[in-house]
Write a protein that binds this ligand. Sequence first.
Ligand SMILES: *Cc1c(COP(=O)(O)O)cnc(C)c1O
Ligand SMILES: [Zn+2]
Length: 383
Amino acid sequence: MARLVCSSCGKEYSAGDPVWRCSCGGILDIKFTPCFDRKKMKSKPHGMWKYRDAIPISDKNIVSFQEGFTPLLEVKTGEGRLLVKQDHLFPTGSYKDRGASVLISKVKELGIKKVVEDSSGNAGAAVAAYCAKAGIECDIYVPKSTSTGKLAQIKLYGANLHKIPGSREDTAEAVMEAAEKNYYASHSWNPWFFQGTKTFAYEVCEQLGWTSPDVVILPVGNGTLFLGAYIGFSELKNGGIIDSIPKLIAVQTANCAPLYKSYINKLNKPSSIESVVNTLAEGIAIAKPVRGTQILEAIRETSGEIIAVTEDEIKTSLYTMMKQGYYIEPTSAAVIAGAVNFQKKNMDSIGDKTLVTVFTGHGLKGTDKLLKLNDKRKMNNGK
Ligand SMILES: *Cc1c(COP(=O)(O)O)cnc(C)c1O
Ligand SMILES: [Zn+2]
């Protein structure tokens, strides 16, 4: 049986409790021993729910579009073998569907009829889609500056959309009020979301013949994919399926890098920074990551590191990927810029290593912003 445990005071809750945060205000994590029966998995439909004995939800409550098991394709950018998980190909166009599928299944299991969520757009779109499928009402809070593609999705899935002026943090504050009276289906606070994002690690290892890659490079704003992957790799290691957990590399945008700042200064808590609206990587512009301390711990545990990328590096990676036929949103290009940066720094030692990274979001969500960027580039002669 799964249990929820507070990371601050150690208080425990049962999996049937409709809580998203401890009464002390602390973050909850899920304690659960997953089961990996590879023979049984083979008989399941292709997708992330093939690992269903590793996901603590009962069969009848699963809310799913048979999503997941996205392709793992090699992209040429530098030394080492760089494989990119195509998570922009999920039903709503981002990896957030991994978390939303499990979280909204849990919401259904708890018998909850309405949830609230805040996001820079993609998590909101994912929660809205799964709520639509499950017949659950939802209120989604987003910054006013969010890409129109994401806003359209949230509205058309039938969610109540709240556009909040100001920074991402202003949006987070607005939803906290709503969360006093409603269940908070938060991708950063709610531990059930990470029971979905952990399937990223399962899929990668299965696609590599049940071995783990050497290095995994992931975006970090709130770290919902990053921490999910850490949980997934840890579970596979504890289950004796893989020998070691890969080195985890976190990528932040230099314009909003509270964890990079801590990493450089060898601190174990997120550093405080001014909140930022101005970066191409809107999906990871998080000034106050709720699980920042956990992210820094995962970096230390896996001998990983944090890389901060500039706006110019993001643009270069974006155009490079587009030229190879991948239509991704700028936030996804930031992650590729981080991978390229890692390849350059480790040129002499990674020739025989397998590196895994991810396309997190589909470009069609941000076509308005991509067109503006391209017009500017033409004016500046291709820069
Ligand atoms: C959510 C998201 C990320 C990662 O964000 P976290 O805040 O670290 O969970 C990266 N790229 C895209 C496109 C996203 O939507
Ligand atoms: Zn507590």
